[in-house]
Design a protein. Structure first.
Length: 133
């Protein structure tokens, strides 16, 4: 299927009655929306994530998605500062996802990092991302 079909299925799944995987589905849906540049939809999905039992990998994906959303919604002049402020958290999140066995998540990690570097602008953003990947 296409990305649009997958996103539609994800949105449908998020409307089902809550179960133990609801927060994980919302993280993936928010991440997909953020990578597609739909920051409002991504923010709406991520704000509904409230599961203290999430593992490190899902918390890392949530951190990547939230940072991408925040950078996408920030004014262009504020993005560099936001990127610099989030670097310690990003370093941890990128490291956690780098060690997953799931090849697709490792690719998503790269897409997120490059998108943040593009949004963050400046050579420091690109160097940080290159260093992490």
């Amino acid at each position: 299927g296409t990305f649009a079909e997958a996103a539609a299925l994800g949105r449908f799944a998020c409307e089902l009655p809550p179960d133990p995987t609801a927060s994980i589905r919302r993280i993936y849906l928010g991440l997909a929306a953020a990578l597609a540049g739909n920051y409002v939809s991504a923010a709406n999905s991520l704000k509904l994530v409230n599961d203290p039992s999430l593992g490190d990998e899902h918390c890392a994906l949530q951190a990547l998605a939230q940072t991408l959303v925040d950078m996408g919604q920030a004014a262009p002049v504020d993005r560099r500062t936001l990127f610099r402020e989030r670097q310690p958290r990003l370093r941890t999140a990128l490291s956690v996802v780098a060690h997953t066995r799931n090849r697709t998540l490792r690719r998503v990690r790269c897409y997120c990092a490059w998108r943040m570097a593009r949004l963050g602008g400046g050579i420091r953003s690109w160097l940080f991302v290159a260093e992490q990947l």
